[in-house]
Design a protein around this ligand. Structure first.
Ligand SMILES: Nc1ncnc2c1ncn2[C@@H]1O[C@H](COP(=O)(O)OP(=O)(O)OP(=O)(O)O)[C@@H](O)[C@H]1O
Ligand SMILES: O=C(O)C(=O)C[C@H](O)[C@H](O)CO
Length: 364
C-alpha cells in the first residue's frame, strides 16, 4: 500500500512544496557567544521555511514560502537570503515598514551553536513581526492550491504559536490544502517560550489539535505530543534514543487522528552540543520503523530537525519507501549539522552517499 495515495503528480502542480511560516534573520556570533559578540554573521532561518529551502537547494524541487516581510532594507536582506536559498519569492507578502520598527518588523533570532557541554542558545527579538500579524485571508488559498497547484504544504507549531491570527492562518492553509488534495506536513516543533507568551494557557493543545486533525504527516516526538496534543505516555526512555515511548505515544494517537498517514521524529541524544547519536523513528500503518541512531559530530545543531523533515519529504515525494525516505532525512539532517547556519550546504549526491553508508574519506 502506498503511504501517501493522495500525492499529486508533478505535472499537475506549479509547486512541489510550499512552506508557511516566519522567516527570521539569524544573527550568529560564530564560535563565540552572543553576550560577548563584536560581530554577527547573518543567516536566514525559520523552522517551516528551512524545510522549503532544503527541498529547493539540496533536492532541486520547486518550492516557495508564504510569509510576510517589511518593505525596508532588513526585509530586502531576508529576501536576498531567501532567493539565494533557491526558494521562490512569489508568495511573499510585502508590508509597509514602520519607520521606527513598532510593527511589521523582521523577527531577529540571535543564535549561538553551542559546543560540547555548552548547549545551543536562541534568544529571539521577534515581537510585532510582519509574519506574526498575518491573517487567514491575506492569501488566496484557492488560487494557490487550486489554480497553481501544490504537491506538499509544510507548516508548523512555531508559526502557529506566534499569535491568534497565525494560528488561524495555519488552520486556513491546512484546510484549503486538504480540500485541494495537497499533502500536508506539520512539525509540532514545541517551543515552550512561545506558547508561554500566548494569552490563552490552553492555546498549545487547542491550536495544535485543530491543525493536526487535518495533517497527513506529523513530525514530533513523545515530548511534543504530550505538550501539544495532550498524549501522555507512562513509558520512560531507557536511553535518550529509545523509540519505545514514541511508539507508545503513536499508538495512543491512532484513532484520535484517523487521517494521519505518518508520524515521524528524529531520535537525538542531547547530551553534547557537538556529538550526538542521531537517527529517526516513524509510525505508519500501525507499524514502527526505526532508523538506528549512530554517533555524529556536530558543528551547529540548530536546524538539524528541519533538515530531517526536508529529506523525508523529498524521499516520499520522489516515490521512495519509508525506510529509504527516513534514511535521506537522517543523512540530510546530519549534513545540515556539519555546517554553520540553520541549513545544509550539500547536494542530493552527498545525501544519498551518506544514506548508503559511504564513509567520510577525502574525495579528490
Ligand atoms: N528531555 C527532554 N525534555 C523535553 N523535551 C525534550 C527532551 N528531549 C527531547 N525533547 C524534545 O526536543 C524538542 C526540542 O527540539 P530541538 O530544538 O532540540 O530540535 P528540533 O525541534 O528538531 O530543532 P532543530 O530543527 O533546530 O534541530 C522538543 O520539542 C521536545 O520534543
Ligand atoms: O524561532 C523560530 O521561528 C525558528 O524557527 C528558529 C529556528 O530557525 C528553528 O528553531 C530551527 O528549527
Amino acid at each position: 500500500m502506498t503511504l501517501l495515495p493522495r500525492l499529486k503528480s508533478k505535472d499537475s502542480c506549479r509547486w512541489d512544496a510550499v512552506a508557511l511560516g516566519e522567516v527570521m534573520l539569524r544573527l550568529d556570533p560564530g564560535e563565540g557567544r552572543i553576550r560577548t559578540a563584536r560581530q554577527f554573521q547573518v543567516w536566514e532561518g525559520g523552522g517551516e521555511y528551512n524545510v522549503a529551502r532544503g527541498l529547493a537547494k539540496t533536492f532541486g524541487l520547486r518550492s516557495a514560502v508564504v510569509t510576510a516581510l517589511p518593505r525596508n532594507d532588513i526585509g530586502a536582506l531576508v529576501h536576498e537570503l531567501i532567493l539565494q536559498g533557491g526558494v521562490s519569492d512569489a508568495h511573499i507578502l510585502w508590508r509597509e515598514a514602520d519607520p521606527v520598527g513598532r510593527e511589521n518588523r523582521v523577527g531577529l533570532n540571535f543564535t549561538e551553536r553551542g559546543f560540547g557541554p555548552r548547549g545551543a542558545l536562541g534568544v529571539s527579538d521577534r515581537a510585532h513581526s510582519a509574519a506574526s500579524a498575518m491573517q487567514p485571508d491575506d492569501v488566496d488559498w484557492d488560487t494557490l492550491f487550486g489554480d497553481e497547484g501544490v504537491r506538499w504544504l509544510h507548516t508548523g507549531g512555531i508559526f502557529s504559536a506566534l499569535s491568534e491570527s497565525t494560528a488561524e492562518t495555519a488552520l486556513a492553509a491546512v484546510t484549503a490544502a486538504r480540500r485541494h488534495g495537497t499533502i500536508v506536513s506539520y512539525d509540532l516543533n514545541y517551543r515552550a517560550s512561545l506558547w508561554a507568551a500566548h494569552p490563552d494557557p490552553e492555546a498549545a493543545r487547542r491550536v495544535n489539535r485543530a491543525i493536526a486533525e487535518q495533517v497527513d504527516v506529523l513530525i514530533g516526538d513523545e515530548y511534543s505530543l504530550a505538550a501539544c496534543l495532550g498524549i501522555e505516555t507512562p513509558e520512560v526512555r531507557t536511553n535518550p534514543c529509545d523509540p519505545a515511548p514514541f511508539a507508545a505515544a503513536a499508538e495512543r494517537l491512532r484513532g484520535q487522528l484517523p487521517d494521519l498517514r505518518l508520524l515521524a521524529s528524529p531520535l537525538r541524544d542531547p547530551v553534547s552540543a557537538s556529538m550526538n547519536r542521531w537517527g529517526a523513528c516513524a509510525w505508519a500503518d500501525g507499524a514502527l520503523t526505526v532508523h538506528a541512531p549512530v554517533e555524529v559530530a556536530i558543528l551547529d545543531r540548530v536546524g538539524g530537525g528541519d533538515g530531517f523533515v526536508s529529506g523525508l519529504a523529498f524521499g516520499l515525494m520522489d516515490g521512495r519507501s519509508l525506510e529509504a525516505s527516513l534514511a535521506l532525512g537522517v543523512a540530510h539532517g546530519a549534513l545540515a549539522m556539519t555546517t554553520p547556519g540553520d541549513n545544509a550546504m550539500t547536494s542530493l549526491d552527498e545525501v544519498e552517499a551518506l544514506a548508503r553508508g559511504d564513509g567520510a574519506a577525502a574525495r579528490r
